[in-house]
Write a protein that binds this ligand. Sequence first.
Ligand SMILES: [Zn+2]
Length: 719
Amino acid sequence: MKIRFGDLFTFLLILFILGGCTTQRPFRPGHPVRVSPLSGAVSGNTIRHHDLTLHLDLSSGTVQVEDEMVISVTTAEVNFHLHKGMKIEEIAFQGKRIKHRVVETDKGETSRVTVLLPGESPGKIAHVVIRYRGSFPQIDFSDGRHRGTEVGGYINKDAALLLSNAHWYPDIPEQTSLMTYDLRVYAPAGQEVISAGERIPPGEVGSGKEYTLFRMRHPTDEINLVTGEFHVKKREVGEIALFTFFTEDDPELEEIYLSALQDHLGQYQKRFGPYPYKAMLVVATPLMEGLGFPGFTLIGERLLRIPNLPQTSLGHELLHNWFGNGVYVDIDQGNWSEGLVTYLVDYRFSVAQRGAAAARRSLLEDYSIYTRSGREPSLTEFRARESPEQMAVGYDKGAFIFEMLERRLGKDRFDQALRQLTRDRMFKKASWKDLQSAFEAAAGESLDPFFRQWVYGVGAPSLRIEDARLSPSAREVVLTLTSEPAFRYDVPIEIKTDRETIITIVSLKESSQTVTLKAPSAIETVTVDPEYTLLRKFLPEELPMTIASVLETEDDLSVLFSKALNEEERGRYEDFLKSYGIKYHQIERIAEGDGPTLIMGPPPETGSIGGWSPQEVPWKWGGTALTIGKVTVAGGKETAVFAWRGPKGVDQPVVWIVGYSLDGLQSLARRLGYFSASSYLLLREGKRPVRGEWRSNERPLHIAFREGRSGTGEGSRAD
Ligand SMILES: [Zn+2]
């Protein structure tokens, strides 16, 4: 299973800050991932094993392949798919050439190849040999237009990549069972070759022998291959060999990666059982993303120096060798591996950086932001990161589920369940049901209500304080809480008096429930869910205003053009709207805006625009210059974008775009997608972009009866 970095958004964000890259409009980038079903059920013909010999010619961009397939035959007609560019020279059965038919499929890059085996074949194992040759395109990565894997494969003059979705080897698309393979690669001198599976002599690294042989004897679902000229560094840790395959000789960077791998490996083996492969390779590629495979990971060479990457994404990909690429995901039952690995690596890193409550808050915030419009899937419907909603459920909600489980079971029993899973299900598929069984065995109790509500069910509740009454003595408070929809869960409620802090756990079952809480002295504040331990949807007023809250909606936007714009300037903004694919209707006054509203252009010097003069705002107009924090944009190619609440409050998110030139606005249109989770963005010439997030001052689950020490808002925060 090919697994993409969970943290790609952050990657690209930082990458962009480092050097700039081009983009279309994906808000949390991520192309559809081909996910193969991994069910063990056998139905139809299946390829059990490939014995592949591949000759790679970089100068002509061609491959020449012979594949002896071991097929478990159920029907004499065998149909498999192969890339359209591959020309079949021969197909043979038991040493004799057999006829085949090639039909181009109506979708995708593949042809369907049909062969008819002898009538007595069904029920037997057949060895079918296919010989073919063909070419894959070159890709020029220097212009930054290609992230790479959208094409699946390329053969350049100095390197090649053949991913399974390039269809460079025959496969049966309906096949649900796993396979094994031997892959023998003849590559030009100087090329190192990498694939999953054990590297067998004479294919030792740097051996200079004429071919490299990989033997993948653990069941797997795809075959991937990468070659290039690399500086190889190896470190042995017990029986396991760790490697870096970098394009430049960089001992310092190699040391950082090998040490991080060694640290992660030690921790994960202790917690989750033995590492399931013999090696782990970190391979640099020109791709602008990271991909995880059994026993190796590809990382874009321009991403390698991103701070914290060895601690976060590298650990994430390594851990997928236990969960995802070791214990496989029964994809029809939902992909549990992203939530689990995100929890164990990325969330844990976030806790170390900013504390548990803030880390949980961040998961809930992302989950709430990206699922606030439209229907979201349940965790059992999540397959891969194909949309922001999918990602919010599979990664953020999924991670939160495991956080709740670990809090309930305690670390020892939580780890015990995961060890049992790797012991029982390694190289087999596992579903959420299998995870439930493992956690129940460790917990010694049924977790059925928990799994039914949070995993198999859809969504999460929104919690609100509908009413709060303090008794005349101030020692008793009657709270009415509403939960939409009704979930059953325990809510911690914190009461602060002038002397003490009291936490009470209240079980909520109904959509509206009234509770009475008492304290020995005068109550000053009440806070529901003070540590963000509940999986819930934030109320709109709890969420920060972000650029996405206007530009990411599918709504027909209300757009107001500043009166300060002349005709030519206004045309540039209209072009921006067009290039961004925004549907809109024009308004003259902010008050006419209905829902998400977009303001285009600097305001007149009065600061009032469309009849609206925002007060107490964290930005400043000075003539035509805009200042946020200590940063000012004032002309040329500079641009600024920021989100705020319009006069109608949370029901009217407003995004304001200020630019001065065609170049500036065009550059903004290309780059804005990567910053949509921010509240503001300033792009200046030749300097780092400045972005930040306003925190919502509103805490609807916090009530201050008397102004106590706890304070109220958090103010704005910039970074
Ligand atoms: Zn992942």
